[in-house]
Design a protein. Structure first.
Length: 386
């Protein structure tokens, strides 16, 4: 597949990051785990994909998330956020807020519902994205922007609703290779020509222990490659220690374990995105491509439960949004024959049809001190499938 060519400035920025990555590999003795490479490629200060200045979201970026597609996503999600806040505390934190559109949509809809949070915190690593979020909130929701605070780290204590839309999939993952002779961790080295290459090392420590517990299949090809998102497990564990009362609402693409580690999925789920093109080469133009992996929701739920959180619900995005009143939000757009309604209906279809985002994306709710069933999981609940 032919990809669009980056600009000269972008190529230069990628080359600077490449020098930093090769220096890190040399300092580590010639090999780093892929999780470390992914961390450097996405989050290196001023050079990584999410910490540099490249446009990432929307038609002019590399991909479109649900909030960029339509305000209906945030409007429906607001119903669930409201229920969580009323059962805990009037505070919201959004992790990885992208352009800020979801924050604006949530705040405006919560205002309409007369359930505004006292504070809306945004956990964002990227200084460039913080600036874009500030500007967009000032434009879309100027009277509510004063409620927003940007956070540098997880709060020491928190009660309320945490929202994380497409956050877990960009946490650095370990790559594991199962072969007849044993388990290996796939990492990154540098060949004599100075280019990056794959290199495997015997798996050890938490990577080996976690992989062995999965009893990974061994296909006829003799090699099975998959991902372990130990960072996501640690992240929900951290929230378990800090959450007094409330819920984490995690929206992402992924599978339960029984579907994630199918024998037919022997090359894993790792994907890269560049200007709306998906490809499989994470070494291409480091810092200019998004690198993602599907989420093993069973693993996340187990880590949360082991850390003291309740699993409050698990379902696909379509069921969650319908339960939260997506169709009622759509009906507010006006007559069904109006251009605005038709555009919104098409966007809603993308959010909910199985062939688009409706089945691929899942919603997992984790929490403490929430006694009543959550609105978004009243019908179509898939807790049993985890």
């Amino acid at each position: 597949m032919s990809l669009p060519r980056p600009s000269a400035d972008a190529i230069e920025q990628s080359a600077r990051l490449m020098c930093s990555i090769t220096a890190s590999i040399a300092a580590a003795g010639g090999w780093i785990p892929f999780s470390r490479y992914m961390e450097l490629a996405l989050y290196s200060p001023r050079l990584g994909y999410y910490s540099g200045g490249a446009r990432k979201f929307g038609p002019g970026g590399d991909f479109i998330t649900a909030p960029e597609l339509t305000p209906l996503f945030g409007q429906a999600l607001a119903a669930q956020v409201e229920q969580v806040m009323r059962a805990s505390a009037a505070h919201v934190i959004e992790a990885g807020a992208g352009t800020g559109l979801l924050a604006a949509d949530l705040l405006l809809e919560l205002e309409r519902r007369e359930c505004l949070p006292e504070t809306y915190g945004i956990l964002e690593l990227s200084g460039e994205l913080r600036e874009r979020q500030f500007d967009l909130l000032a434009e879309k929701a100027p009277r509510l922007a004063s409620r927003v605070r940007w956070l540098d780290a997880l709060p020491e204590r928190f009660s309320g609703a945490l929202v994380a839309n497409e956050v877990l999939d960009v946490m650095p993952v370990h790559l594991v290779v199962s072969r007849p002779e044993g388990l290996f961790e796939r990492g990154v080295a540098v060949d004599p020509a100075g280019t990056l290459r794959w290199a495997d090392s015997p798996a050890s420590g938490a990577v080996a222990d976690t992989a062995r517990a999965l009893d990974l299949p061994l296909p006829e090809s003799g090699e099975y490659v998959t991902e372990l998102n130990l960072a996501a497990r640690a992240w929900v564990g951290e929230w378990a220690q800090r959450l007094d009362c409330g819920a984490l609402l995690l929206v992402d693409y992924g599978y339960p374990r029984a579907e994630y580690y199918l024998p037919s999925r022997s090359n894993g789920t790792l994907l890269c995105y560049y200007r709306h093109h998906a490809h499989a080469d994470p070494f291409l133009w480091p810092g200019l491509n998004d690198i993602t992996a599907f989420v093993d929701f069973t693993s996340v739920a187990e880590a949360a439960f082991d850390a003291g959180l309740d699993v409050l619900g698990y379902t696909n995005q379509a069921a969650f949004l319908f339960n939260c009143g997506l169709l009622e939000c759509l009906a507010r757009r006006g007559p069904e024959t109006s251009a605005d309604y038709i555009r919104a209906a098409r966007a809603a279809q993308r959010l909910t049809t199985p062939q688009e985002m409706g089945e691929l994306f899942k919603v997992l709710a984790l929490g403490k001190g929430i006694p009543e069933p959550l609105l978004g999981f009243q019908r179509g609940d898939r807790v049993h499938a985890l």
